[in-house]
Design a protein around this ligand. Structure first.
Ligand code: DGL
Length: 273
């Protein structure tokens, strides 16, 4: 029997654990949805790869999720969101939600001084996508961008409450704080794992924008508009697919999501998609 579109899962992907920050918010706002999460843990980080490679990975990740019969794909990765969305939208006949637009829109609304800082992977920052989109919202907004490549490996290692991480964060953030920003976009879905520390270092005068909440809101309103919300009353099911099962993934995911994911994680060969 053909499954009703409403009951189909939502697909979410990222290069690794970063997309869990988006997944957590989606679970909060849409507890009845079934979810398939793909983390490309064998090929993380994406942010230091060439645009050509990022596009190839983005196509494979989406093909895998499409093969799982998802009703929507959430690109929980800023690197893909800033470099490959046109390609994905042209190639797949399925609604996509990216993380760039909700982040940029929210930051543009909350900045008072019109001075916005963005931290992200080298590929996100070099794409200039945040500057372009923020300037579209308001030409007079100034955007100060900084590539912070060391943060993804630290997050993948689970080094969150860690002295070395704090030194690196302080060193990165002082460059933006000097620019007198009042809003800081966490332009990589891995970075909310360090949010507490980032807030502490940035101080009360800087609003830290973590796109997970805004992205989940966008997912919800898009599903509503499309008449695709799951109407089941029972709690949705989550399944995790990874291109490699690193030692740390389960531990980091369970600690962050505050739920046991034993028996829900499978490995797939993403090169076949
Ligand atoms: N979490 C992803 C992002 O938002 C990818 C980080 C990476 O793999 O470099 O950019």
């Amino acid at each position: 029997m053909k499954r009703k579109i409403q009951n189909k899962p939502i697909g979410i992907f990222d290069s690794g654990v970063g997309g869990l920050t988006v997944l957590k918010e989606v679970l909060k706002q849409l507890p009845n949805e079934n979810i398939i999460y793909f983390g490309d843990t064998a090929r993380v980080p994406y942010g230091s790869k060439s645009v050509e490679t990022i596009k190839k990975f983005a196509m494979q990740d989406s093909s895998f999720l499409k093969s799982m019969d998802v009703k929507m794909i959430v690109v929980a990765c800023n690197t893909v969101s800033s470099n490959a969305m046109n390609l994905l939208r042209e190639n797949f006949d399925i609604p996509f939600v990216d993380v760039l637009l909700p982040n940029a829109m929210y930051a543009s609304q909350v900045t008072r001084k019109k001075r916005i800082g963005v931290i992200g992977t080298p590929a996100t920052i070099e794409s200039g996508a945040y500057s372009k989109i923020i300037k579209k919202f308001n030409k007079s907004h100034k955007v100060f961008s900084l590539a912070t490549p060391l943060l993804v490996p630290l997050a993948e290692e689970g080094l969150v409450e860690n002295k070395a991480t704090e030194i690196i964060l302080r060193d990165y953030l002082k460059k933006l704080i000097k620019k007198d920003i009042d809003t800081l976009i966490l332009g990589c879905t891995h970075y909310p794992l360090f949010e507490r520390k980032i807030r502490e270092i940035s101080g009360d005068n800087v609003q830290v924008v973590n796109s997970a909440r805004q992205t989940a809101r966008t997912v919800k309103s898009m599903l509503e508009d499309l008449g695709m919300l799951n109407s089941d009353n029972k709690k949705g099911d989550i399944r995790f697919f990874l291109s490699d099962i690193p030692r740390n993934f389960r531990k980091i995911a369970q600690r962050f999501l505050k739920q046991n994911i034993a028996g829900k994680v499978s490995k797939i060969d993403i090169e076949n998609y």
